[in-house]
Design a protein around this ligand. Structure first.
Ligand SMILES: [Zn+2]
Length: 322
């Protein structure tokens, strides 16, 4: 089978993709996203004007957006998937391509003006700026614009984005990245082709520190131990640990939804009604998004504390958001 694949690849000029994909996009490693990438390869022949990616984690969503931009812009042409080797693919992967722009509702205006990064502030004014820029022809086939942190932006920004999406263009492609599509205006979702990244396997259990952390959260929910003091200890939580913690919480929720609670945290969450589980799912998505944004103004410890307190309040009946 392997030999046959290699033979086929050689015949049609496609190198085994997963290795070069893994080199450029570390979060798209492995076979988990192969089917989605293959779908994008084909979609690039007639790209939809607006693609929305939800699910997965923030790093996966950002990398799949870059991969999609490679599909649309690769010098090899479309249909076979991007080569990931040409100067265009390389520039896209390193956030250096002239025709790719990105906006994040979590980037503050002042921070954006002082030290502009690849992800600029997602404000109504900047969205109008994009409109003006899209009037110029792109250097390549398309101009591609990513939007993330949409739920965290000021309310006028998503409305300006909607106006932008309503204007037909032959050369503009938009990509919306959200933890869950329910978090943004339904009118934005209805304009998009929506693709969901695979969720983590809920029965692939964490070990060591992360399992210990979710156990401590379960204790905190039962008025034992002090989760908040533990995570507040200097140097105890960093961004990767916080990210793994929220992945573990999401898996816990998925096990509950699958009717197969296993851990102590699962047992606690399984006491919630469906609406409560839905709220917890939204909180996990928002927390994940805050923790993974490179320029989030809130520290991972504060995001974890707020999540634990909200969860505690939900069970105590203090917190019942709309
Ligand atoms: Zn290429």
């Amino acid at each position: 089978m392997f030999l046959w694949n290699t033979f086929l690849s050689a015949q049609i000029g496609i190198k085994p993709l997963s290795a070069s994909r893994q080199a450029l996009f570390s979060s798209l490693a492995g076979q988990k996203l192969d089917a989605l990438c293959a779908l994008l390869d084909r979609l690039a022949v007639h790209p939809p004007q607006v693609l929305l990616f939800d699910g997965g984690c923030e790093a996966e969503r950002t990398d799949i957006a870059r991969y999609w931009a490679c599909c649309a812009l690769c010098e090899r042409g479309s249909g076979e998937g991007p080569c990931l080797l040409c100067p265009t693919c390389q520039r896209v992967a390193h956030d250096e391509h002239f025709d790719v722009m990105a906006y994040d509702g979590r980037v503050g205006q002042k921070e954006d003006e002082d030290s502009p990064g690849f992800f600029r502030a997602f404000t109504a004014e900047n969205a109008r700026g994009v409109r003006a820029r899209l009037l110029d022809s792109p250097k390549g086939r398309y101009r591609i614009v990513f939007f993330t942190g949409i739920a965290e932006a000021r309310p006028e920004a998503p409305n300006a984005l909607l106006k932008l999406l309503e204007e037909p263009s032959q050369t503009a492609l938009f990509v919306l990245l959200v933890p869950q599509r329910e978090q943004i205006l339904p009118t934005l979702v209805s304009r998009s082709l929506c693709l969901t990244l695979p969720w983590p396997d809920p029965f692939d259990y964490e070990e060591g520190e992360i399992s210990d952390l979710t156990e401590r959260l379960a204790s905190f929910m039962s008025n034992e131990g002090n989760f908040l003091a533990t995570i507040a200890a200097k140097g105890f939580v960093n961004q990767p640990k916080a990210r793994d913690f929220f992945v573990a919480c999401r898996k816990s929720l998925l096990r509950v939804l699958a009717g197969r609670p296993q851990t102590r945290l699962d047992a606690i969450l399984s006491r919630l009604e469906p609406r409560g589980l839905d709220i917890v799912g939204q909180w996990i998505g928002e927390a994940d998004s805050m923790v993974q944004s490179a320029r989030s103004p809130v520290s991972p410890v504060r995001v974890m504390s707020a999540f634990a307190m909200n969860l505690y309040g939900l069970f105590a009946g203090w917190v019942w958001p709309k």
